[in-house]
Ligand binder design. Structure first.
Ligand SMILES: [Zn+2]
Length: 170
């Protein structure tokens, strides 16, 4: 049993006005292209991966951020992802350029490593995980902020480059 205190995601379900009007059923055009011959998925078991671009909607974040986030959310089976939120202090959350993946340690380790290994494809700027910061040049320790969430022990924070080009399929 995990000491997984129920995360109080500040506003992961924002009010209805954030959804762009054009995304709902516009992906029908890509279905006729031949499926890619190389199946790259190794760990995902039986869920047939339909090769569609990942949704560009996620917790009020910018479209490219949302696409990267939905890709990671699905790949690592993350239930809870926080996105745009008002935060005190410097943060990429208010701009919709950051995501918080609520994870256990094992998943967090894997997710953080994956993001850093695919930093440019995902448009990721830096990762914070377990009181450490990494912008691609190695982990550095952060100060103790006094709590599990403040120290990023229960979630991986990923900040993204503004205007990054992200191409991922879900
Ligand atoms: Zn965060």
């Amino acid at each position: 049993m995990h000491a997984f205190s129920a995360p109080r995601r500040a506003s992961s379900v924002p009010s209805t006005t954030l959804t762009p009007p054009t995304t709902s059923s516009s992906a029908a055009s890509a279905t006729t292209s031949s499926p890619s011959p190389t199946s790259t998925t190794t760990s995902h078991s039986s869920e047939a991966p339909s090769a569609n671009a990942c949704s560009s909607t996620l917790a009020g974040t910018q479209p490219a951020v949302a696409q990267a986030g939905n890709f990671l959310k699905e790949k690592f089976s993350v239930d809870s992802v926080g996105g745009r939120a008002g935060r005190s202090g410097a943060s990429d959350h208010p701009a919709g350029l950051a995501l918080d993946f609520m994870v256990d340690t094992k998943t967090g380790n894997a997710l953080a490593a994956y993001v850093l290994a695919h930093q440019h494809e995902l448009g990721a700027k830096y990762v914070i995980w377990q009181q450490r910061y990494n912008d691609g040049s190695g982990w550095s320790a952060m100060e103790d902020r006094g709590g599990e969430t403040a120290n990023h022990d229960d979630h991986v924070h990923v900040s993204f480059e503004r205007g990054a080009k992200v191409s991922v399929t879900c």
